[in-house]
Design a protein around this ligand. Sequence first.
Ligand code: PLP
Length: 390
Amino acid sequence: MIYWDNNATTELKAEVLDAMLPFLKGRYMNPSSGYAQAKSVRTAIEQARQHVASLIGACPGEIIFTSGATESINAAIATMHRLSPDKPLLCLSTDHSAALSALSTISRDAGTEILGNGVNQQGTALLDEWGHHLSSAPAGATFTWGNNETGVIQPADEMVRMAHDRHIPVHVDAVQCLGKIPVNITGIGAEYASFSAHKLHGPKGIGALYVRAGVHFLPFISGGDQEDGRRGGTENTAGIVGFGEAARLALRNLRQNAENMQSRRNRLEQALLSDVPGIRILSSETSRLPNTSSIYFDGCTAQALSLLLEPQGLLCSAGSACKTASPHPSHVLTAMGLSDEEARNCLRFSISELTTNEELETGIRLVIEAVKRVRSVQSSKTGPVTVYQP
Ligand code: PLP
C-alpha cells in the first residue's frame, strides 16, 4: 500500500504504540487515585504534557488534553463567544469544518453573525479584508494556520498581531502544522490553539487545547477536577502518553523530516508536471506545508482518478476526509476561485516522513497511468467518466 493521505490521518509509530501499551495493560490505574501506582500514571501524563508543550513552544500548564482537535476548536470558539455573546465571530472561508460547523451552530442557536474572511487565488487570507472585519470588533477570530486541503500556510503572526491591535482574542487551528513546520505558539501570541495527535503519528481520539497563561477559558466539558478543572472526565491515559511520545519524536527530527518531505513532494510535482499535460499545482506560489500537494487534472475528476488508484494500492483523497461523503465541491477550492467543476478535478496527495523514495516513484507512475486511462475513456467518446453512487 502507498499511503498518500496523511493529512487525513497518519500511521501510528511503533515507538508510540510501545509507549502506550503499558497504560492499557498493567498501568491502567486512574491517575486521580491516591495510591503510588496511580501517582506514577499521573507522572507519565505530566511528562507527556511536557513533551507536547516543548513541541509547540508553550509551558506545560498551558496545555489541556482533549478528545481531539474538534473538541479543542469547539471549546476555544465557545469560550470566545460566551465571553462576548452579542458580538460577531470571525473566521476564514477556507477553515476546517470543525471550526465552520462550531460557528454555524452558534449562529443558529444564538443568532451570532459569522464573518467569513476571503482568500486570494493562492488560498492566502486577504489581509485588508481581515483588518476590515476586525474593525467591527468581533468577540474573537479563528483561522486554520496550515490548510488541510491545499497545505497553504497563513501569515499567522500578522493575522494575530492585527487582531491584538484591536484587543480581539484569536484561536489558531494548528493541527496540520504540527510535526511539519516549527510551531512556536508563544511567539505567535494567540490566546488559544488546537492540536491533534493522529496527524503526527500519534493515536486518534486525543488532542490538546493551548490556552495562553492568564487567558480566560470557560470549560466546555464539566465534570471532575481533571486538567486543572478545565476539562472534566477521566484522562485518556494511553492516548496522552502516545501523544507525548509522538511529540517527542517529532521534535527530535523536525527539520530533517520537513526537508525530506519537501524534497519528495517537489519530486512528485516536477515528475507530474513534466509527464502529464493539463495539470496545475494549487497554491504553488505561496507558502505551503512541506508534505501537501493539491493538483488540478484537466479532464479527470478526482473521484475517477482515485477509483483507479485505489485498487493499485495508492490511497489519496479529493480533499478533507471529513467531507468525503459530501456531494458538494470543496469549500476551500471554491473560495480560491475554482469553479465547481475545477474543484471536482483536484486530487490531494499528502505524504509523511515515513514515505519512501521507492513508494514515491511507484506512486508517480500509477498517477501518470491513471490520468492517461481516464483521459483515453473521455476521448473515446464514451462520454465523461461519472461514478455511480447509490
Ligand atoms: N483541523 C484540521 C485542519 C484538521 O485537518 C483536522 C482533522 O481532520 C481537524 C481540525 C480535526 O481534528 P480531530 O480529528 O483531532 O478532531
